[in-house]
Write a protein that binds this ligand. Sequence first.
Ligand SMILES: *Cc1c(COP(=O)(O)O)cnc(C)c1O
Length: 326
Amino acid sequence: MERSPTLHDGFQARARIQPLIRETPLIPSPDLADRIGARTLHLKLECLQHTGSFKVRGAANKILSLTDEEKDRGVITFSTGNHGKAVAYVAGRSGIRAVVCLSEHVPEYRAEAIQALGAEVSRKGKSQDEAEENYRELRISRGLIPVVPFDDPLIIAGQGTIGIDILKNLPNTDILLIQLSGGGLLAGIAMVAKSIHPNIHVVGISIERSPAMLESLKAGKPVPVEEKNSLADSLLGGIGLDNRYTLPMVEQFVDEHLLVTEDEIKAGMVYVFEKHRLVVEGAAAVGIAALMHRKIDVSGKNAVTVLTGSSVESEAYVRILREGLF
Ligand SMILES: *Cc1c(COP(=O)(O)O)cnc(C)c1O
């Protein structure tokens, strides 16, 4: 597909990926709703999705859309995180060969998790850039089909299925607070939401440490980012210097942008554990973080945010809880 996805593509994606994904719960968060004066606040629990994040939606839509000849060749990606796991899972479940390229610095447990899902891990290079070089070489020499993490119409449509699920269950939603990194998630959900209810207010949440999309929107073109760390590591990274889809879609469909700090993210993670007994990674908690810290007025509104994933390393998580609770 060589054009931006539409609502129709979202509905097609929803039917296509249904056998490979879990229909995750959408639960109320009455305590936080009261505190901030929202009429209601709901959380979409993609942290309970297969592989621990929503990324399986986009990966499934892309991989299941390949031709038989492409499926026979196999797929390749270079993501270290949730996208790599999602590609491995979908390919494994569909009997398709998958190669995930990682640098030598990616921790062994991540490589093992990807291998356990049935993918081949190719470890080469000292940095993410060198892993990407290996990816390009293997893609060509082995004729594999690339499955990129966000800038692909089928990936965007797949992530947009979350918006369809939310509006089917909560048609009176007034405001959506959605994480923003590469923009596949936000572009997909915003496109779907605006197509169904043009009056829904769609807010993107970026991290102060790495607001790649915001800087690109300001510059009017993709800008490169520095490598940094964050508690919300799934939101790190640039939008790709050859970005074609997510930048224009975020520009078109998103109403407002907010930024959250590391301390705010930590408070959000602790809150989700304390009130909901759910383990989420930093990236998942940024919507909660923005609401808790009153970065936006939601009084009288029906608000929804997505808990996008649960990939947090145990020791780091325990440390965050300890620091946050005592
Ligand atoms: C990938 C990811 C995001 C951000 O999605 P983009 O499409 O890159 O904007 C948010 N949360 C989690 C847990 C993710 O894995």
